[in-house]
Write a protein that binds this ligand. Structure first.
Ligand SMILES: *Cc1c(COP(=O)(O)O)cnc(C)c1O
Length: 399
């Protein structure tokens, strides 16, 4: 890298005078949606109409099997857990966005939190197998930061013990696992179309699964009412509106471009970050295709010279916002206190949640912006001792 400048936290010029966004949806132009939106108003068909059906068809082509549209990934997970027949205890990684576990609690299911693989940061199939007991009915895995969870190994564990496998694939729509599309593998794979993901509906979710399950999800998003006003089971109000479906379809048309753009952004980031000691990249399988929903880096304080929170404070001064996904991890959420999960020892999860920083990324981010973020990190590393003296840990950063 080129010249070393003094980091902004030590009085240098910030890398960005207008702070960079952390994440921003890459949206189709309004002109592309105007006719749809006008037609939805004119016809008064606001929900579960032709646009939801068209979105499901498009998503089914991407996933290679049937898909139902729902109001969010969280409602999709709630329906998928219930309709795949989970009961009692369910094995789930703690290193995830809390909605993965919330949806278990909403079904009256008990999460059995397990640790993750130290390289891929997805759930460790060996730990999953160790956690199986007679009370366990299923496994939930997560495609963390868009890195596909090891479906083949997890399916093998599930098959050996007669368990269901559900994937929280909120981050990974458009990716591939060992040459097959994400969405095509587990009993159910559930996606989010919320604003921080690669394809967006505004708010929305998709459930991919077998034809029978998907029919049940369509019934379940509509209270469990098949249309005869006599509910088959206790469902949710979790439909997707036609407005959201129109936006989501236009967004899906661009998904492959977004995945490719992020592949290039991730490579640009790591070409630079790889030169800096103490920054470690999430490991991926060569024949899988992650979506790079996030750009996470594990910060090893000894080699980098500064801890994760110190780097975070220094980047904030540069106009570079960051996030600390997933800290605290699910098993230490205050909402679950009293359930005994905070006493669990999950060493890899703990180490990652306190040392990972997620850097800005969005599908229309410019290579030059990546370069400036990396240069700022390089400068901060060079001045690490002095930065550490002024950046006093988590309290130095807000949000
Ligand atoms: C975003 C996200 C969710 C929740 O998605 P919603 O559509 O907001 O309900 C669930 N799981 C993971 C891993 C997520 O990142």
């Amino acid at each position: 890298m080129k010249s070393i400048d003094r980091p902004a936290i030590l009085g240098g010029d910030p890398a960005f005078t207008d702070p960079l966004p952390f994440n921003r949806p890459t949206l189709p132009p309004f002109s592309e949606l105007a006719d749809d939106f006008r037609d939805i108003i004119d016809t008064g068909l606001l929900t579960n109409g032709s646009r939801v059906a068209a979105l499901e068809k498009r998503a089914a082509e991407i996933c290679g099997r049937p898909v139902a549209a729902v109001s969010s990934c969280t409602s999709g997970l709630m329906l998928a857990y219930k309709l795949t027949g989970l009961s009692g205890k369910v094995i789930v990684p703690s290193f995830t966005f809390f909605a993965t576990a919330h949806a278990l609690f909403w079904n009256g299911l008990e999460p059995v939190f397990v640790d993750i693989d130290p390289g891929t940061w997805t759930v460790d199939p060996a730990k999953v197998e160790e956690a199986v007991t007679d009370e366990v009915s299923g496994i939930v895995a997560v495609d963390v930061f868009g890195n596909p969870a090891p479906r083949e190994e997890l399916s093998a564990v599930a098959a050996r013990h007669g368990l269901k496998l559900v994937i929280d694939a909120a981050h990974s729509l458009g990716g591939q696992y060992r040459g097959r599309p994400i969405g095509s593998h587990a009993d159910a794979e559930v996606f989010s179309l919320s604003p921080t993901k690669l394809a967006v509906a505004g708010e929305g979710g998709l459930v991919a699964g077998g034809a029978e399950l998907i029919e049940s999800v369509r019934c379940g998003r509509d209270y469990g009412n098949d249309g005869d006003y006599d509910c088959r089971f206790i469902g949710l109000s979790a439909r997707m509106s036609e407005f959201h479906a129109a936006l989501a379809s236009a967004s899906l048309d661009r998904l492959d471009g977004h995945v490719r753009a992020r592949e290039q952004l991730a490579e640009a980031y790591w070409e630079r970050l790889g030169e800096i000691p103490g920054l470690i990249r999430q490991a991926t399988e060569p024949d899988s295709r992650p979506t790079n929903k996030d750009i996470p880096a594990f910060v090893d304080p000894r080699d980098f010279g500064l801890d994760r929170d110190g780097l975070r404070a220094a980047l904030a001064a540069e106009g570079v916002p960051t996030r600390t996904y997933f800290d605290p991890p699910a098993h230490r959420q205050s909402a679950y206190s009293g359930l005994g999960t905070e006493a669990l020892v999950l060493p890899v999860t703990e180490r990652l949640s306190t040392n990972i920083i997620c850097l800005p990324v969005f599908s229309h981010m410019k290579a030059d912006e990546v370069e400036r973020v990396c240069r700022a990190i390089h400068n901060i590393h060079t001045y690490a001792d002095r930065v550490a003296a002024v950046a006093t840990g988590p309290g130095a950063v807000t949000s």
